[in-house]
Design a binder for this molecule. Structure first.
Ligand code: 5CA
Ligand code: ZN
Length: 409
């Protein structure tokens, strides 16, 4: 499917720095040194409800990754999926008496608008689960033929025991895995499974639900984890630089994906770094479509909030932190945006070459956006309190904030 338009990324003087990033799998910070083309896969939305601030915060983190890489003069190959067929989508369509394809199309269209408004750089490939089915079926067949999958009443399950590295992405103990599996789309209680954690690869057709021809698998629809593996391997291949998503994807989604890929290719890990963003809460609880405690990006936009202020609100928290959205977070961002715009609208100002390096350094250090904002704040405060005469400074600050933080002043 088509993605959304890219905003321009201004080139900055000098050269950016290599990204150091926290990797969930090794539980430490690693320095990524991609080749001329850095490769990233970011898990996309399940389009049954509009983009909320939690989604936007997660996509903001991976947008910063791209901006750091682009600043090092690399190209970025970015792939994102859309889980446009899955249980939660079908359940919502049924509840609201909607055609599931229309619901998915409507919410994906709104997501594109939100991403465009927030100046998130688009993926080169934006792939729906449905369009990926022809690539998913042969992978499931291969897993089955390799003895890593088995049938249960027509459904095909992946056997986690077929992968010696299972557990190395999320580093959780068996009990934690079991609890999270039940919470996040798994079915650990289903009788007949070899291991309660085994995830579904292919679900046999159910009455009243959409299904597709699956060659030797029979009619059905794909499981969730194999969807992302098929799309990532098809477009990026093994050993790409980052697989990203919110921290709720570390287990089971990214763990299972790494396992599928390990059995398919004999290689581990699928991504050099597994990068996870913290969860955004509202009124003390994780924002989630299932709980309905949501602040929608589109609703804020409709209420007249400048998307640049939304973006600054996201940037004011470290991507790995769990944080809470409040009116105050937004008010502070609106005030900051105003201060920054006033400072760069003057015809001249204080030299800003050091600021460019400070923002670069902050972001290269595990995407420390709050430190980057603090550096800009310092320049802005000094600029507003003095009368520097560097005519190139306001433009350079604007371009830096645009190129590295995605905020248009
Ligand atoms: N389609 C799958 C991924 S393949 C999925 O998880 N979709 S989603 O719509 O539920 O979430 C999309 C992305 O937003 C995921 O990376 C998820 O981890 C992230 N996300 C969801 N809720 C929050 C939240 N409250 N705070 C931060 N990130 C969130
Ligand atoms: Zn995914």
């Amino acid at each position: 499917m088509h993605a959304w338009p890219a905003s321009e990324v201004p080139a900055l003087p000098g050269k950016g720095r290599d990204l150091q990033i926290h990797d969930t799998a090794t539980q430490g910070t690693i320095t990524l040194a991609p080749g001329p083309v850095a490769r990233i896969y970011v898990c996309g939305i399940t389009p049954y409800d509009a983009t909320h601030i939690g989604h936007a915060a997660t996509y903001n983190a991976f947008d910063l990754v791209q901006r750091v890489w682009l600043d090092t003069k690399r190209q970025v190959h970015y792939v994102q999926n859309v889980t446009d067929v899955d249980d939660p989508l079908l359940e919502r369509a049924l509840r609201d008496n909607l055609d599931w394809t229309e619901l998915a199309e409507r919410e994906t269209a709104l997501f594109r608008e939100d991403m465009t408004a927030l100046r998130m750089l688009p993926p080169q490939q934006y792939i729906g689960a449905v369009e990926a089915i022809p690539g998913i079926v042969p992978l499931v067949e291969r897993l089955r033929d390799a003895g890593a999958a088995y049938e249960l009443d027509g459904d095909i399950y992946f056997s986690v025991e077929s992968d010696a590295n299972f557990g190395k992405v999320s580093n959780l103990d068996a009990e934690a895995m079991r609890l999270l599996s039940a919470e996040r789309g798994g079915d650990p209680e289903r009788p007949g499974k070899k291991n309660p954690l085994d995830p579904m690869l292919w679900m046999a057709a159910r009455p009243g639900e959409p299904s597709w021809e699956g060659a030797s698998l029979g009619r059905g629809r794909p499981g969730w984890h194999i969807e992302c593996v098929a799309i990532a391997l098809d477009h990026l291949g093994m050993g790409f630089d980052i697989q990203g998503g919110g921290s709720d994807l570390a287990f089971p989604h990214h763990e299972m994906g790494a396992s599928h890929a390990q059995v398919l290719t004999g290689e581990f890990p699928m991504a050099k770094a597994y990068v996870h963003a913290g969860m955004v809460a509202l009124h003390g609880e994780k924002m989630s479509k299932s709980k309905g405690n949501l602040v929608f990006v589109s609703a804020l936009r409709r209420a007249g909030v400048d998307p640049a202020a939304i973006r600054l609100a996201l940037l004011s928290h470290h991507y790995r932190a769990d944080w809470e959205w409040t009116d105050e977070v937004l008010e502070q961002a609106v005030a900051r945006l105003e201060r920054w715009r006033a400072a760069v609208s003057r015809p001249d100002g204080l030299p800003a070459d050091a600021l460019v390096e400070e923002v670069r350094e902050a972001l290269a250090n595990d995407l420390d956006a709050p430190a980057a904002l603090a550096a800009v704040d310092r320049w802005v405060d000094a600029q507003n309190a003095s009368d520097g005469d560097d005519e190139s400074a306001p433009g350079l600050v604007s371009r830096t904030v645009d190129a590295l933080l995605g905020v248009a002043l």
